[in-house]
Design a protein around this ligand. Sequence first.
Ligand code: P6P
Length: 348
Amino acid sequence: MDQQSNQTNEHASFLTLEQFIIDRQKAFPHSTGAFSRLLRDLSVAAKIISRNIRRAGILDVLGETGTVNVQDEKQKKLDQIAHRELVRALQRGGQCCLIGSEEASDTITMDSDRETPERYAVFFDPLDGSSNTDVNASVGTIFSVYLLPDEWAPDNIVDVSLQRGAEQVAAGYVAYGSSTILVFTTGNGVNGFTLDPSIGEFLLSHPDLRIPDRGTMYSVNEADVGDFAPELRAFLRWVKRKDPDTGRRIRARYIGSFVSDFHRNLLGGGIYMYPSTADHPDGKLRLMYEANPMAFLVEQAGGRATDGHQRILDIEPTSLHQRTPLFIGSRPLVEAAERFLRGEQTHT
Ligand code: P6P
């Protein structure tokens, strides 16, 4: 079989993201297609961001912009590019009325077609872990989608858009690693799509993702262990013990990009933790565009996400950039962490 026909066959069995969305849209006859267009708009931005990242060393897109963002973090050129491409994509689509971005101090209201029956608010971290870009390590984009309530109006849109994570209608991330993978949920399970740059399509590669209960990895910055509560230090001793059945220990993997650590743990099982520390007493991860979308995904995949005491998706937001402690991953591991943090389990 010649190479061309082999490539044709190679794609024959794959479902494109567009076809997947169309097929799923048929399942929701009430949907006007606005939601499908929103997801497609986000995937276009992901392709453009991926192209910039894949050629970062050649294009003048590495390094810092010389400014700091609202988080008082040094902004990377790729942070700005990713933010710009996501805003452009959502502006083109016309379904999004409000954007909340890690890279913008305030929400951004969009001129939307008021006649559109469905109107959305989208929150995103354009480039999570961007400090990794200059050293060619993995980074990611995280997004969270809400349907605005009917009572929204230009003068109350900011208030009505800050909803509990349980109200999300979609959430996802793009992991720019050895390949570019888009993983998202609309509340009916979790599916992953790998970008084939040779045809510019996201192809279904990880259908119906479920996070394994047996965790193989734990992710935390142990440089902060001196700040951790004794109960959390007890949990870490417990989680590192040898498995009596296999004699193996769980492995430590922490690469400075929540999206990449989360994706690996989603596929293989594990837990990611960013607890309260001296530098980040409320935790470092942001509720609206990091913790909530990943909590929606992990619950849809059979996992669990808490701040150590309550379900992430139940937290009532009070501000766009508020932070939260985060324990997320395989349900048995997260529930064990909660038992230790509540003092209900002490033996290690
Ligand atoms: P630290 C990136 O800035 C991020 O928000 C996550 O992606 C990552 O897991 C964490 O911060 C790394 O933070 O304090 O361990 O360097």
